[in-house]
Design a protein around this ligand. Sequence first.
Ligand code: AMP
Ligand code: GLY
Length: 422
Amino acid sequence: MKVLVLGGGGREHALVWKLKQSPRVTEVFCAPGNAGIAQEATCLPCDLNRLDSIVEATLKAAPDLVVVGPEVPLMLGTVDELRRRGIPVFGPTQAAAQLESSKAFSKAFMTRHRIPTALYVQVHQASEIKAALANFSAPIVVKADGLAAGKGVVIAATKEEAAQVAADMLNGSLGEAGKHVLFEEHLVGEEISFLLISDGERVAPLVAAQDHKRIGDGDTGPNTGGMGAYSISTLVDDNMRDWLLRHVAQPVIDGMAAEGMPYTGILYAGLMMTARGPMVLEFNCRFGDPETQPILMRLESDLVEAFEASIEGRISDGVFHWTPDPSVCVVLAAGGYPGTPEKGKEIHGLDTAAAMAGVKVFHAGTAMKDGKIVTAGGRVLGVTARATSLEAAVTRAYEAVGKIHFDGMQYRTDIAHRRLKK
Ligand code: AMP
Ligand code: GLY
């Protein structure tokens, strides 16, 4: 069968790499892809911000299955449109993807269905800010309702700051995304990425992962899309997994079905493990990036089978088989990131790193220029390794990182530090 993956980041490279391992897959397309994906799949030009461009690329590939990587095409209704055209597609509909595309929808939904999450108040205009803030003590989390490419969440140290940030958002500092604003209770704890697959009724969990959102070692500096992630069986033990399935995963799937928006695809719960128990920070309606790189490195079963089980309504516990071996992904970012990244820098050492046993270098923001692979985005590569222990996986990943170089390259040296200390 022919498969088309929509997207062009590290997550999509990992999806392409894994899908290619399926004995049933004869050809993989990716739109738009990147320089690394182009070595493993046929890349097609595509503007993921436009439904007509997505449809055009899909018709060109004529795939038997489409897998949507990022959130924007989901929000645009890619799944609805391709289904309407009779093309099998893995992912949630536009209505179901509101769990990610609208934080107001998502918080109200969690409240309706008693899914554990931080207390919140929504405001629609500046005159409501003062009264809303009376419910909170600092620090206060301020969130824009819509998708804001990682800029929509501010942790304000004082009420005054929270009021100012909210007023700016309502004033259009983030465009449409900030038309509604949420204040949220500030939660403390360790963050975990808990992903599951659903067919609209049933769920099966993936192995959990932990991201590293800040740019700097020791979780310092500005937020990013994620600077590295690891996956290890002990991150979420059997008891916790069962608890999360019962109190988070199944209630979401049941609630969405009951409200007429059955949820199919990957659901990603961003959790804060607080002293009061796990709380949902947010839902993403897709695989995480970079979490997908270490997660798929641990997958031993056929990913196509799982996607088809979701589409055909036959998800069961047996859809995934995992190795107990831990894996870790270190993101190499361009100079300037998370601000404006430097582009066009030649990347050296890719072949040497890729030749290492147990290592896979996933490409994100890379492009081919004059026969050379150069940087083309904020997060450039995800150097991922798997080994029999977390220590060994971390050592191997950083050994591979040591072989790669480009001007301005930055990365964290402490990925998985929380588990290594324990
Ligand atoms: P979100 O896009 O909602 O996941 O928020 C981005 C990041 O902001 C999260 O990964 C957390 O690190 C932080 N965050 C969001 N909500 C809260 C909260 N209620 N308490 C503490 N930190 C939060
Ligand atoms: N790594 C966080 C995300 O994919 O949203």
